[in-house]
Design a binder for this molecule. Structure first.
Ligand SMILES: Cc1cc2nc3c(=O)[nH]c(=O)nc-3n(C[C@H](O)[C@H](O)[C@H](O)COP(=O)(O)OP(=O)(O)OC[C@H]3O[C@@H](n4cnc5c(N)ncnc54)[C@H](O)[C@@H]3O)c2cc1C
Length: 506
């Protein structure tokens, strides 16, 4: 991608900080809603989508709760709460509608470069796990968003769905699995690049190797954004009426610099992700699914183990993980000073209290750090009993920065979700946190637009309904709309079960 010639002291309507999926989505949406607004994006690295949004830095799961068991928690009375699963699924349907609109209208091409049909499966072991999955399935099977989900405890059927998971397994072991063919693998890096290409073609200025160093509110209410151009070493200032801090792990620092009261007291805790990647093409070819299991007792939600088919640049890959890593960096290409530099008088106590009160997480991280390659393979063997050490290599994925919020007392609260923070006047907004992440980019950016541009919503509503036909409605409550939307998004995004059949029964 070509860098635009950068200009100093320019006034824009919108500045996007960071070249990840969030800025790309917001920029594209605003171009569709208000084509005459001038948009500039600043990215510190020499290409967009090099941090968490890059395909190799995340798991690529189009999160829809078809397989992620942590979205259907078991309550103390033994019942299972499916409300989060329903809202997560609904959020991906919103994202898919927007992507389908872009493809249908020729704004981005080649959906197969960023989204693929890959079955989503849940996998449990032991009597307790089986009872949980069976009960979860009974609750979801008749829900319109989860239609088509299948369940089995039969080893032979599981061997048919996921042969690697049965070869070498004790035939007497109680196991169960659900399968949904509606699952997807998403290459968020490719999607981000497609969206930035569209943005550039429609007049937005995308400046690479420009790091945002500071944000200051001017007397007229606009924002001055101080930049360093890495190519020339020059310091520059750009201004805008609205600034989006979409700098991923770098967002907390810039939110703090903005000085808005909504950012006060927030802290961040970085957790690195690592995966085992299969290097044996014969093993890779034997599996075509994203299979999510249950996290170990006391482990955080982002540690849920999964065995993942990935489709990256047309190639099929197989990954297992995640294994956590620790580094004080907030970005993969960040600085060791990120964590210490984020400590402020206002967040020191919440951050310390999180360290003290989340001993389970601390012990989990220490355990992960001292894990040997053999121990990692043993974890994998719960999924792939015949896995061999020599067929797998350890690869480093992206950094997640979990948000620490001040609680009502002095305790900090460690958040595992995605957090949208914005100034009361809507002139600046930041996106923090990681999960469910990129899959929810579209609903989260619609939420941002609603909160930051409330006076424009009536004017934008007709176009919003074109971008996302279910805008303002819940698909879960509207089966007819769901059927229409589902059929048209699958057609536009080329999501068919043929590919699944081809792969599995080749
Ligand atoms: C291990 C792992 C697995 C994940 N798995 C999934 C998954 O399966 N499904 C899913 O939906 N989500 C997943 N996620 C979450 C998802 O990757 C993120 O939520 C999403 O990519 C965040 O996008 P972003 O645009 O906010 O940030 P990023 O993609 O990190 O982009 C931020 C950009 O801002 C730039 N930047 C930073 N500071 C500055 C600055 N000062 N000036 C200019 N530019 C700056 C960075 O260089 C970067 O390019 C996963 C994340 C991780 C780490």
């Amino acid at each position: 991608m070509q860098t635009s010639t950068s200009t100093e002291n320019v006034d824009h309507d919108v500045i996007l900080i960071g070249g990840g999926i969030m800025s790309a989505t917001l920029g594209t949406m605003l171009k569709q809603l208000q084509p005459d607004w001038s948009i500039a994006a600043y990215e510190r690295l020499d290409a967009v989508a090099q941090e968490s949004s890059d395909a190799g830095n995340n798991a690529g799961t189009g999160h829809s709760a078809l397989c992620e068991l942590n979205y259907t928690p078991q309550l103390p009375d033994g019942s299972i709460d499916i409300s989060k699963a329903v809202s997560i699924n609904e959020e991906l349907q919103v994202s898919k509608q927007f992507w389908a609109f872009l493809v249908e209208n020729g704004l981005i091409r080649s959906p197969q470069e960023f989204i693929s049909s890959v079955p989503h499966m849940s996998f449990v072991r032991g009597e307790e796990g089986v009872a949980f999955l069976r009960a979860r399935y009974e609750l979801l099977r008749d829900h319109p968003l989860f239609e088509g989900m299948e369940y089995t405890e039969d080893h032979a059927e599981i061997a048919d769905w996921a042969p690697l998971m049965i070869a070498g397994r004790d035939p007497a072991e109680p196991i169960a699995m659900t399968r949904s063919e509606a699952g997807t693998d998403v290459n968020f890096g490719s999607l981000t690049r497609h969206l930035f290409t569209y943005l550039q073609e429609s007049g937005a200025r995308v400046h690479l190797r420009h790091e945002v160093r500071d944000l200051t509110r001017r007397a007229d209410g606009n924002w001055d954004v101080a930049l360093k151009d890495a190519a020339s070493g020059e310091r520059k200032v750009a201004s805008a009426r609205f600034v989006f801090i979409g700098s991923g792990g770098g967002a907390l620092k810039l939110l703090q610099k903005s000085g808005i009261p909504e950012g006060k007291g927030l802290g961040g805790f970085p957790v690195g992700g690592r995966f085992l990647r299969c290097t044996n093409p014969e093993v890779v070819a034997e599996h075509y699914a994203k299979v999510y299991g249950q996290e170990a007792v006391g482990a955080p939600p982002m540690s849920v183990p999964h065995l993942d088919t990935r489709i990256i640049d047309g190639e099929q890959d197989l990954l297992f993980g995640p294994f956590a890593g620790f580094s004080p960096k907030f970005l993969k290409n960040g600085s060791f000073m990120d964590l210490p530099g984020s400590v402020r008088p206002g967040n020191l106590i919440p951050m310390l209290s999180v360290a003290i009160h989340n001993l389970g997480l601390v012990l989990y991280l220490i355990g992960q750090l001292i894990q040997t390659p053999k121990a990692r393979i043993k974890t994998l063997q719960a999924f792939v009993p015949a896995a061999k050490l020599e067929d797998w290599e350890l690869v480093t994925a992206g950094q997640r920065v979990q948000v620490i919020k001040p609680g009502t007392d002095t305790r900090g609260i460690l958040q595992f979700g995605t957090e949208l923070v914005h100034a009361a006047d809507g002139s600046v907004a930041a996106l923090l946190g990681a999960s469910p992440g990129a899959s929810t980019a579209v609903p989260v950016m619609i939420e941002l637009i609603t909160r930051c541009f409330p006076e424009k919503i009536d004017e934008w509503r007709p176009q919003l309904l074109k971008l996302v036909p279910s805008y303002g409605q819940k698909l879960a409550d509207n089966p007819e709309l769901l059927e229409d939307v589902y059929a048209s998004t699958c057609a536009e995004l080329n999501l068919t079960s043929d590919r699944v059949e081809e792969q599995l029964y080749a």
